[in-house]
Write a protein that binds this ligand. Structure first.
Ligand SMILES: NC(=O)C1=CN([C@@H]2O[C@H](COP(=O)(O)OP(=O)(O)OC[C@H]3O[C@@H](n4cnc5c(N)ncnc54)[C@H](OP(=O)(O)O)[C@@H]3O)[C@@H](O)[C@H]2O)[C@@H](O)CC1
Ligand SMILES: Nc1ncnc2c1ncn2[C@@H]1O[C@H](COP(=O)(O)OP(=O)(O)OP(=O)(O)O)[C@@H](O)[C@H]1O
Ligand SMILES: [Mg+2]
Length: 352
């Protein structure tokens, strides 16, 4: 079925061929070092060709990672996701992330927030499990004891920038890495990473989802250079490489996704509404898709990194939710209207 906003083009085979060329170029880069720019430029233009042609095929790869709904599974198998965020000022952001994870298909969604934020977040939805632990002196241990039961953590929505909270989140990130738990880092979690990039350096199960301001901050902190706005794909590729191939999703008019080897672009039609919370829907959805993609493994994603495919899925889903909500509500569209579209948008993009 044709999906609006989707480019058509070459087959998955072409993507794999491109991937091979890019992998080769990366190997050349690793072996011979500078002049990096010339080689990167070439690698990148190959990537660009791949990404545009293969948007249609990338949808198929997302379909490949979606677990079947069967009567043989028990509660939790399709995803137990944790959201780390929620403080006095921001209660909506962790709620949007957590409810979106459930609506995409996770079975259980936990929110680890401050004591004050917990009753507020609980009152939004009986479906969320809310732990008022993030500002406790035992925050790291309190979250750590849940880690063996969680498939992915989404760190940052509505976290705020309180030094004590950020210290606790640093400990939670270190504990997650030690246990190999995949992490999606968004919003104020990215503030922490811009301050201490070493926290995430080289962690292959991390995805960063910066908006415009967050990308600039991160990029300038990590690359120690003013952001080159003339080359949006190259900027994402370079940031990912500098972070040791951590997957980066730069949100914007077009979303640009890279694992430092390949670049994908998502230009699924969204809407012109820029109400707050849309990024939280994206990061919550991505938490589930990351779990599904890693479970499915690279054989289901045809040579693409599973995290790249998960990210493309979350970006296209968020934009499709925005598109559908806007068709119904126009200028009054809010993120709550988009959350109501998660099911229909998911079915339209990935199940028809
Ligand atoms: N309902 C809730 O609870 C919600 C809570 N949220 C939570 O809020 C916390 C802070 O998150 P954040 O995104 O507001 O912080 P940050 O990165 O400092 O950006 C601030 C400034 O950056 C700029 N700017 C942003 N985008 C830009 C663009 N495309 N193009 C150009 N400029 C752009 C813009 O600057 P301005 O236009 O004001 O000069 C903007 O004011 C975080 O915890 C998050 O989760 C949200 O999730 C929403 C729903
Ligand atoms: N100019 C734009 N045109 C179309 N879609 C956009 C545009 N900017 C962002 N988006 C889409 O909106 C969604 C959220 O991106 P955005 O940059 O608003 O994140 P954010 O600032 O982190 O959101 P939040 O308010 O949740 O913190 C993404 O799906 C992105 O593709
Ligand atoms: Mg955000």
């Amino acid at each position: 079925m044709a999906v609006p906003g989707m480019a058509t083009g070459a087959g998955v085979g072409a993507a794999v061929a491109c991937a091979a060329v890019v992998a080769l170029l990366s190997a050349v880069l690793a072996l011979y070092g500078p002049p990096l720019d010339a080689v990167l430029e070439r690698a990148f233009s190959l990537n660009k060709a791949c990404s545009i042609k293969d948007m249609k095929n990338t949808f198929q790869l997302v379909r490949n990672i979606i677990p079947p709904l069967t009567t043989k599974k028990h509660k939790g198998q399709d995803g137990r996701i944790g959201i780390v965020g929620g403080c006095q000022e921001y209660t909506g952001a962790p709620y949007f992330a957590a409810i979106s994870a459930l609506k995409v298909g996770a079975d259980l969604s936990h929110v680890f927030c401050t004591q004050e934020a917990a009753p507020v977040i609980k009152s939004y939805s009986p479906e969320l499990i809310v732990h008022p632990v993030l500002d406790s002196p035992d925050a790291v241990q309190d979250v750590e004891k849940w880690l063996p039961r969680l498939h992915a953590l989404v760190v940052g929505p509505g976290l705020g920038r309180d030094d004590g909270l950020l210290r606790n989140v640093k400990g939670i990130l270190e504990a997650s890495k030690a246990r190999d738990v995949p992490v999606v880092i968004d919003a104020d979690g990215l503030w922490l990473i811009a301050e201490q990039p070493a926290l995430i350096q080289g962690y292959q199960k991390a995805v960063l989802t910066p908006n415009h301001a967050e990308f600039r901050r991160l990029s300038e902190a990590v690359l120690r250079d003013p952001l080159d706005s003339s080359d949006p794909h190259g900027a994402v590729l370079r940031l990912s490489q500098a972070l040791g191939n951590v997957t980066v999703v730069r949100k914007g008019e077009r979303d640009v996704i890279s694992d430092g080897r390949q670049v994908l672009e998502c230009s699924q039609e969204g809407s012109s509404r820029r109400c707050g919370g849309q990024g939280d829907l994206l990061s919550g959805s991505l938490g589930v898709l990351v779990h599904w993609a890693l479970l499915a493994g690279p054989e289901k994603t045809d040579g693409f990194s599973p995290l790249l495919v998960a990210a493309f899925g979350a970006c296209s889903l968020t934009r499709q939710c925005s598109h559908q909500a806007f068709q119904k509500h126009g200028r009054s569209t809010t993120t709550t209207d988009m959350v109501a579209e998660v099911g229909p948008a998911f079915a339209r993009l990935f199940e028809s």
